[in-house]
Design a protein around this ligand. Structure first.
Ligand SMILES: O=C(O)c1ccccc1NCC(=O)[C@H](O)[C@H](O)COP(=O)(O)O
Length: 209
């Protein structure tokens, strides 16, 4: 069954709801420029609702001190959504022992070739590139050309992200063969505000594949 990550949750009730509905991972965005930003103090409360799902910290070019604080909260999966090099990913993995995911923005098949460089990553998150001039590196609700992934020999387990919605996730999974998907904007009614009905519909549509 397809695994699902719901990203950018800021409300404890919604965390509990998403987990009840079958989310496998819950993503918390520790990026101040984001409309889904959560402080470390707020995350401590949100983490109490995660239950059997796995919490994921979304970080952009984190320094060592931030990583130490996040790991101290008990989060064992770090999703790196900045310009972290393969060497930095390996360093973070060695220093923390945490599971490390690297997000890669994809617009062409050449972008996919970068995946092979991230040998230390546990998982890759294959996402759309941010629009020109954007103030943050992800969470824009933009899809990329999924056919680029057809026949791709992924070097690692991976998640499909970028512009997924309850309406298109089934087709995205069928076209790409993704076994795990990630959503943020597509389950929001307003930027940064998740909607229960959309969260439920997304999880059901993804898991029906
Ligand atoms: O969500 C943000 O605001 C954000 C800020 C900085 C870096 C990444 C960010 N989000 C990435 C994600 O939420 C996802 O992992 C994913 O790319 C899905 O985004 P969306 O296209 O909005 O569904």
């Amino acid at each position: 069954m397809t695994q699902v990550k719901i990203c950018g949750l800021t409300d404890p009730d919604l965390v509990r709801f998403a987990v009840q509905k079958g989310a496998d991972w819950i993503g918390f965005v520790f990026v101040e420029a984001s409309p889904r930003y959560v402080t470390e103090a707020a995350a401590a409360t949100l983490l109490m609702q995660v239950g059997l799902a796995v919490p994921v910290a979304l970080l952009v070019n984190p320094n060592d001190a931030q990583i130490e604080r996040i790991v101290a909260l008990g989060i064992r999966v770090l999703q790196l959504h900045g310009s972290e090099t393969p060497e930095r990913v390996a360093e973070i993995k060695a220093a923390t022992g945490a599971e490390v995911w690297k997000a890669l923005g994809v617009a062409t098949s050449e972008d996919l070739e970068r995946a092979a460089l991230y040998t230390a990553a546990d998982r890759l998150l294959i996402d759309a590139k941010p629009p020109e001039g954007a103030d943050r590196t992800g969470g824009h609700g933009l899809a990329f050309d999924w056919t680029l992934l057809q026949g791709w020999g992924a070097p690692k387990p991976w998640l499909l992200a970028g512009g997924l919605t309850p309406d298109n996730v089934g087709e995205a999974i069928r076209l790409t063969g993704a076994s795990a998907v990630d959503v943020s904007s597509g389950v929001e009614r307003l930027k940064g505000l998740k909607d229960r009905a959309l969260v439920q519909a997304f999880i059901e549509a993804a898991k029906a594949q």
